[in-house]
Design a protein around this ligand. Structure first.
Ligand code: ADP
Ligand code: MG
Length: 621
């Protein structure tokens, strides 16, 4: 259903579908229509003009009814085109999958054979095949299918090669599946959309090729008509009776055009990446559509997030990922944001520099002030100047954010040169300094390493070095240690802490681990379902958590040598943000919840730095 909706959102594809639909309906009901016999000659009525009595589209050089021949001819042309496309796809894809899946010598032999086929001009090859098999529709079909096999084989092999090395194929092998099962149940579903796209974009082409062969007299044989042979026979009367060639010509044009338009639409609609973000391209910055008034500037911190509200608009649904979030950091300070997965931490962080994908993301309220300037108002150029230069990010998975094909040194140089006009030599010296400052051993050699040659901890250090490349004032670290083991995590945390002291960096540190917050952060904000539910100095929050949620989160952290304590898990799941309950979002999971917790709006009580959003807090703040 989504497929059809997406397909018809593309107007041209819709037009193609309508034209093709009409043609298909016409040729399907052709035998039922009151038409004269398409092959009945009547030399007395040669070359009648269109709209003549009894012959709507006139007659040809043998007095045969053109309308009847056109419809029967279209039937044949369409059928041959579709059938040859099907067989070309079937054999081509089978060859491609086998070559791509088995690889090695099999791949080599098959692909060189395919290359030999591709080296011939296709029409020459088709002619050679028909010459060998003899003229006739069936042989034209075989020829057209055969010359298109290499196209499918090449395409599908390329995709299969990249899929065959993926982990899910390895997993299937480990589970003991045989080659046939792996190919049919693991590979085929992944390449099928590509095959369908291949068919839809080549059918038109194949119809043209068949028409070409028939035009040369090698396809359909007289007296039977197909569009190509009609054109071929009309050639002699091109000047005297132009309608005999124009009519089949228009039909070929309509068919090929409608199939190609539809094919393009199918290709777009089948691409899963287009499903969520509709058919529009993501914008360079997040869309800002503030409903309420913009909050007044206040003098808090270097980076000051005021009542930020970020939503995702997906179809009729509105996901309120971030609500009324106010945070600020000053130079040399570290602010922790903590919360379960899905609580809106990353979206808050990405909103700061307009990095939330849009569509579907929209910032619907609040302000983000950097040194007093509202970034939500800023132009793309202005944001681009600030990205990396004033505010830099460190993400969770450095293997995903580093380019796999460039050396570490080159990537650092690129990051440095993106904001500064330094020479490559200077940039390289700076890159080396950066690697040293994040304590990478053998830094000079490491510059020439590729990301895959480094361990996870090393890569994260490179990620931090990248963030430091332009001496930013603020660093937003989004779960930078989640993928690392505890010893490396401790080193990275110490490193960030030192950098903060040495360079006076303001750090926003996002995590789901209170242990990490305790080690690094001066203040902490606890997020739940897109809202801040508690904030305060780290020590105050850890010593006396006021919100029941904070208390439960702290209880989840194991302590070494802390004696035998049962680790508490928080039962239930956070609410889905497109259907947030009234009142406190945590009420359903809270053992202290009362009726009042399920009603109305619950404000953040208290004054910075200590505040809590709870009607019955554990501690009075
Ligand atoms: P986390 O706190 O784990 O970093 P996120 O900030 O990534 O959480 O996500 C917050 C909420 O926003 C989640 O509930 C998620 O489902 C929703 N969300 C994130 N990206 C999208 C998107 N592209 N479309 C719809 N919802 C999204
Ligand atoms: Mg996240």
């Amino acid at each position: 259903m989504t497929f059809l909706r997406l397909l018809f959102r593309n107007r041209l594809a819709g037009l193609g579908a309508v034209i093709l639909g009409i043609i298909i309906i016409l040729v399907t009901i052709t035998p039922l229509l009151p038409l004269p016999d398409p092959n009945a000659t009547a030399t007395a009525n040669r070359f009648l003009r269109p709209f003549s009595e009894g012959h709507l589209l006139g007659t040809d050089h043998l007095g045969r009814d053109i309308l009847a021949r056109l419809l029967y001819g279209t039937r044949i042309s369409l059928a041959i085109g579709l059938v040859s496309a099907f067989f070309a796809a079937l054999f081509g894809s089978a060859i491609g999958i086998i070559a791509g899946y088995f690889g090695g010598r099999i791949d080599n032999v098959i692909m060189r054979l395919i290359d030999m086929l591709m080296a011939f001009p296709y029409i020459l090859l088709a002619l050679a095949i028909v010459a060998a098999l003899g003229p006739g529709l069936m042989n034209a079909l075989i020829a057209v299918a055969a010359v298109n096999v290499p196209f499918f084989a090449r395409n599908i092999r390329g995709i299969t090669v990249s899929l065959a090395g993926r982990e899910f194929i390895d997993a299937a092998r480990l589970a003991g599946l045989g080659h046939t099962r792996i190919i049919l149940s693991e590979l085929l579903p992944n390449v099928l959309p590509v095959i369908v796209i291949g068919i839809s974009t080549t059918v038109g082409w194949m119809i043209l090729e068949t028409a070409g062969l028939s035009f040369l007299g090698l396809g359909s044989q007289p007296p039977n008509a197909d569009l190509g042979s009609m054109l071929g026979e009309a050639r002699a009367a091109l000047i005297t009776a132009p309608h005999t060639s124009i009519i089949p010509g228009i039909m070929i044009f309509l068919i090929v055009m409608s199939i190609n338009l539809l094919g393009d639409g199918v290709r777009d609609a089948l691409d899963p990446r287009l499903k969520s973000g509709a058919l529009t391209r993501p914008r360079a910055t997040t869309r800002v559509d503030r409903k309420g008034p913009v909050p007044q500037a206040d003098q808090k911190g270097l980076l000051n997030i005021q009542s930020l509200e970020t939503q995702f608009h997906v179809g009729p649904r509105i996901y309120r990922a971030v609500n009324e979030v106010s945070l600020h950091v000053s130079a040399g300070e570290c602010l922790g944001i903590i919360g379960e997965s899905g609580s809106g931490k990353s979206v808050t962080a990405l909103s700061v520099m307009g990095l939330v994908a849009s569509p579907p993301g929209v910032i619907t309220g609040g302000a983000v002030r950097y040194d007093g300037e509202d970034l939500l108002d800023a132009s793309y150029e202005r944001l681009r100047q600030k990205r990396g230069n004033n505010v830099a990010y460190i993400f969770q998975d450095p293997l995903a954010t580093l380019h796999p094909l460039y050396k570490i040194g080159d990537q650092l140089v690129e990051a440095i040169q993106s904001h500064n006009n330094t020479s490559t030599k200077e940039a390289r010296t700076k890159a080396l300094e950066l690697l040293k400052s994040v304590r990478i051993p053998n830094a000079p050699e490491r510059l020439d390493n590729y990301p895959h040659e480094m361990s996870g901890g090393m890569r994260q250090r490179v990620g931090i070095a990248m963030a430091l490349a332009n001496d930013p004032e603020v660093i937003i670290a989004d779960e930078p240690t989640t993928a690392l083991d505890v010893t490396v995590q401790a080193q990275i945390l110490t490193l960030l802490d030192d950098l903060r002291r040495e360079r006076g960096l303001a750090i926003i540190f996002i995590t789901h681990d209170f242990g990490v917050v305790a080690q690094l952060c001066d203040r902490v904000a606890v997020m739940y379902a897109g809202r801040i539910v508690e904030e305060g100095q780290t020590k105050a929050v850890l010593d006396a958590p006021a919100h029941p949620y904070t208390k439960r989160l702290i209880a989840c952290v194991p302590e070494l040598g802390g004696g035998r304590r049962e680790l508490a898990a928080i039962p239930g799941l956070p609410p889905v943000v497109d259907r947030l309950p009234e009142g406190c979002a945590f009420a359903a999971r809270c053992d202290k919840a009362q009726d009042a917790c399920h009603r109305g709006y619950i404000p953040l009580n208290g004054h910075a730095p200590r505040a809590v959003r709870c009607l019955f807090p554990e501690e009075v703040v």
